[in-house]
Design a protein around this ligand. Sequence first.
Ligand SMILES: O=P(O)(O)OC[C@H]1O[C@H](O)[C@H](O)[C@@H](O)[C@@H]1O
Length: 290
Amino acid sequence: MPVQSHDGGLTLTLGKSSARILFYGATVTSWKSSDASHPDESIERLFVSTKAALDGSKPIRGGIPVVFPCFGAPSHPEHSALSQHGFARNSVWKWDGETVLDNENGVSVRLTLEPTPEITAKYKKPFHLAYVVTLAKNQLSTDLHVKNTSTDSDIEFQALFHNYIHAPAHEVSITPLKGLKYLDKVDTSSDGLKTEERDAVDVRTSTDSVYENAPGSYEVKWPGGGIGIKTKNLKDVVVWNPQAEAGKKIGDMEDGGWERYVCVEPGYVRGFEKVEPGKSWIGHQTLSLL
Ligand SMILES: O=P(O)(O)OC[C@H]1O[C@H](O)[C@H](O)[C@@H](O)[C@@H]1O
């Protein structure tokens, strides 16, 4: 079966590739695929901490959490009661039992989220979210559809795919970010934006950088591997790895976990996307093996 529902989520299978999506947070917690050097193996491409709570008690530390409607601590008055990164990553999404696509090119499912009493207690805006996850050969795509179901008022939001890419953190290089303006969240002494001077960005020291108006297409490479990220409607990108000092303070991070991933997170997070009543917005990414 290309789509199986079990243990609070879905497993998509296509040949040697598979993906696991939890209803909690619509979080993709696994993406496995073979590659040219390992044609008969299914290799995990995402990092999930062994200390991640998988029981719905807190957002998943790893995989691809969905950030909506605020990135980081809320800064918009409509989001003020929300916690860091909003409610999408810790709400239970619904699946209607349908497979959107099932052929030799890919397998796709759609989860949805609408206001629940818990959400409405903290966020008053009406909305409909749909999240489409598509597994293809050597590729995983995610699409977030945000519909403003109000008849009379705009919604303003931020959205981001918080990709934890399984990689040797000390050896990754991320391109092309040179020349972009970015907010350096690690350097608290700096005021204003910096300009990226490096041809290739690394995370050998603690890194938490929010690049704005980025090209939308990135390569994350390391010796023997790499992931390409292509996006639509996601004008910013965040590069995050806490390294040891900050990583040890993260309660659900496994020991040394920061050595095994880099977060490269495309999003709309500098300023707010605005959607008029009855209208929709779609943010898209495709992760591909390089
Ligand atoms: O600990 P979390 O709420 O999951 O956030 C994890 C990280 O997410 C993003 O990458 C932010 O830029 C970081 O500042 C934050 O530490």
